[in-house]
Design a protein around this ligand. Structure first.
Ligand SMILES: NC(=O)c1ccc[n+]([C@@H]2O[C@H](COP(=O)([O-])OP(=O)(O)OC[C@H]3O[C@@H](n4cnc5c(N)ncnc54)[C@H](OP(=O)(O)O)[C@@H]3O)[C@@H](O)[C@H]2O)c1
Length: 288
């Protein structure tokens, strides 16, 4: 049996870490792509211990920075010439963020991390995905988009340079852009034996005390209420794992899945060819 190789970005916590455990438990090699060495190494040890696998590696990447993504890809490609699955899980959504922030490369941080970074990473690893028997890319959107049926990517100002910044608007715009990107990628992958699908993640409990220490009490209560009947990160990770490893979904591409691995309707805007073209022209303009 050929070894399969998977990369999971943001694998040091939450759903990404749970998916790393599950994929390692299946015996496959897992590259945990994390931005922080200490957090990453701590998580890698946990994943290794829980899964009982010795095929769990940490590689450092800051998905907000193109230079870091290029370095990560070079490190990965120096070691492996093949990639079976790329799970674009890392994202930021800091509900305490009030002001617009730019990365060291001068791009608004949410747009850079949640959308531009994943696009660049896939581009750099495309040949490796092609070299596997069947490469799969999984992107992550949010069920919260259901509450924003008229949202569009602001083609003229995706970075909130001349409109008021809201972290919610920046986050949902970046997730909508990821859906559009997935559909574009699915077309690109046809004939190359690479599939691309997007998962719609619902509210998953996070450790608010630890993650958002300064958040007002009422917001913590609101979040606890919102996630009361939520599924766990482990349950959500099962869908990631299923979509990248299961034989029965090997031919599925350009689809949008919910937390039960059920195909769901894509936002109408995201399916329009001329909108996909506009968003992807804008996106590629960011890739240096
Ligand atoms: N939790 C929810 O309710 C929910 C709802 C809808 C969608 N989602 C989506 O589900 C995915 C996983 O979220 P989660 O709930 O598991 O949250 P999480 O525990 O906060 O995981 C996010 C991961 O992304 C990493 N990350 C953030 N910025 C990064 C960067 N610049 N470079 C590299 N890694 C970076 C984080 O690393 P650090 O530890 O270093 O920060 C963390 O490991 C995300 O795409 C999220 O948008 C989550």
């Amino acid at each position: 049996m050929d070894e399969k190789i998977y990369i999971i970005t943001g694998a040091n916590s939450g759903i990404g870490k749970a998916a790393a455990i599950q994929i390692a438990q299946q015996g496959w090699r897992v590259i945990m792509a994390c931005r922080n060495l200490q957090r990453g190494e701590k998580a890698r040890r946990e994943v290794q211990e829980i899964s009982g696998s010795d095929k769990v590696e940490l590689m450092i990447v800051d998905m907000a920075l193109q230079a870091s993504i290029r370095e990560f890809s070079a490190v990965f490609l120096a070691k492996y010439n093949r990639l079976d699955g790329l799970i674009q899980n890392a994202a930021i959504f800091d509900i305490t963020q009030k002001q617009r922030v730019e990365t060291g490369e001068g791009i608004e941080r949410v747009w850079a991390t949640n959308h531009i970074g994943p696009v660049l990473l896939t581009e750099l690893l495309w040949e490796a995905l092609k070299n596997s028997a069947q490469g799969r890319v999984i992107t992550i959107a949010s069920k919260g988009l259901l509450a924003k049926p008229f949202l569009k990517v602001d083609i003229h100002d995706p970075e909130f340079k001349s409109r008021p910044f809201s972290v919610q608007n920046a986050y949902y715009q970046s997730k909508l852009a990821q859906i559009i990107y997935t559909l574009w990628l699915a077309e690109k992958g046809k004939g190359e034996n690479i599939t691309a699908n997007c998962i719609r993640v619902p509210a998953i409990p996070v450790d608010v005390e630890q993650k958002y220490a300064g958040v007002p009490e009422f917001m913590k209560k609101l979040y606890a209420l919102k996630t009361k009947s939520a599924i766990s990160a482990e349950q959500m990770a099962e869908i990631y794992t299923y979509l990248v490893t299961a034989k029965e979904v090997e031919n599925m591409t350009g689809m949008y899945f919910d937390e039960k691995a059920k195909p769901v309707k894509l936002p109408r805007y995201a399916q329009q060819a001329q909108e996909i073209e506009k968003v992807m022209r804008l996106t590629m303009g960011y890739i240096k």
